[in-house]
Design a protein around this ligand. Structure first.
Ligand SMILES: *Cc1c(COP(=O)(O)O)cnc(C)c1O
Length: 401
């Protein structure tokens, strides 16, 4: 072993002599590994061991095993972001000019923009349907799409499609169904059990749960995930080791967190419903008045999720912005699934890439506020939202703000 400083700086401290197995996995930040046996290196380059982190990564695979287990899936592929995961699913279909894709009309705006760009470049027709409508399966049968992308609970209107109806119709047309279940997490729904071919998550949200790592996952049968892994070696979209490690750490408490998020969201929705002087409508799939309540009861287990949306009574954009700015305890931030409550204005955040007309058709108005209910005491969350709404609408007289 050389004793020269530059050599030592590069080689010392790279291996420990230990047989201890840590109770939490190590973070494998090495981009490349070496093997004493050249034949082993050769096999590793064929994917039989870990040698280069774009091909396979220890932390990515541990996360994939955990997600696959929660999803009841044979396999999972993890990506650097949810968008990278969705793009990979689209690309795996090798669509040709004239093929059709169906996406939710009231879904995540960035997904809509991604699919619009990809479809346009490929000469593929993109059809936006409200997948929670009772006639959505018939419309899919008529369109004969190669790919249907659905969301388990749409953003921000929290409509809930019947995945069984969608998967039967999609398969009758020889298409595949990909379900983005980001909003509900695998604790509330396993899309594969309802006939979906792919279950997709932005792990950035509930699965990680702490807003400190980006990531995405796709789960399904091994025959569907293997081509995704192969393509990922070329696209370079694999999740990084530290992000995978953080996400796995977050996932450990997902069932416990989701139980609390569901309970807290129910309390907050009920309190907002009672605050009719400032709130004209509460959107929460756990309410009997929600148009998809019965579907949600069939589609979800363990609760109705952590999301609540509401209409600030008679509000324009300025009043909604006053509500966001008037928050003291809670944070106005355009994401969801965090341990802390996150409040946002969909018209200027998740749906900002939609045209005014698309937003109007989807039913996303300027007074709509979306809440990802966190783990604070729900009385505090509801109290703060109602107080901020009162200040934004100035219902307590001029100067109270
Ligand atoms: C956030 C989100 C995405 C995108 O995930 P990123 O990790 O931000 O790339 C996709 N779908 C839904 C429903 C989301 O909420």
């Amino acid at each position: 072993m050389s004793n020269r400083t530059k050599t030592l700086a590069v080689t010392a401290g790279s291996r420990l002599a230990t047989r201890a197995v840590p109770v939490t996995p190590a973070i494998h930040m090495a981009a490349v590994s070496h093997f004493a046996d050249a034949a082993e290196l050769d096999a590793a380059l064929d994917g039989q061991d870990f040698v280069y982190t774009r091909i396979r990564g220890e932390n990515a695979e541990l996360l994939e095993q955990a997600v696959a287990a929660l999803e009841g899936a044979e396999a999972c592929a993890a990506y650097s972001t949810g968008m990278a995961a969705l793009k990979a699913v689209y690309e795996a279909q090798a669509l040709k000019p004239g093929d059709r894709v169906v996406a939710p009309m009231d879904g995540y705006g960035v997904t809509r923009a991604l699919l619009a760009g990809l479809c346009e470049a490929d000469g593929v027709e993109l059809h936006a349907l409200r997948l929670s409508d009772a006639d959505a399966p018939d419309r899919i049968r008529a369109l004969q799409p190669k790919l249907v992308v659905a969301e388990s609970e749409t953003n921000p209107l929290l409509s809930v499609p019947d995945l069984r109806g969608l998967s039967d119709a999609t398969h009758a047309a020889s298409g595949v169904l990909a379900v983005d279940a980001t909003f509900v997490s695998p604790i509330l729904q396993r899309p594969l059990g309802h006939g979906a071919d792919y279950s997709v998550h932005s792990t950035t949200k509930w699965i990680n749960g702490h807003s400190d790592a980006m990531g995405g996952v796709v789960s399904g049968d091994a025959s569907r995930i293997e081509p995704l892994r192969k393509a990922r070696v070329l696209s370079g979209a694999i999740v990084g080791p530290f992000e995978a490690w953080l996400t796995l750490r977050g996932l450990r408490t997902l069932p416990i967190r989701m139980a609390a998020h569901c309970e807290h969201a129910r309390c907050v929705a009920q309190a907002l419903e009672r605050a009719s002087h400032v709130v004209s409508k509460v959107i929460y799939p756990g309410f009997k008045t929600h148009p998809d309540h019965d579907v949600a009861k069939r589609m979800f287990v363990n609760g109705f999720g952590g999301m609540v949306s509401f209409e600030l009574r008679g509000a324009d954009r300025a009043a909604s912005f006053r509500l966001l700015e008037g928050l003291r305890l809670l944070r106005a931030a355009p994401s969801l699934g965090d341990v802390a409550t996150l409040v946002m204005h969909p018209a200027t955040a998740s749906a900002r890439r939609l045209s005014d007309e698309q937003r109007a058709t989807a039913g996303i108005g300027e007074g709509l506020i979306r809440v990802s209910v966190g783990l604070e005491d729900p009385e505090d969350v509801a109290g703060e939202l109602i107080a901020a709404a009162e200040r934004a609408l100035d219902t307590k007289g001029a100067g109270s703000r």
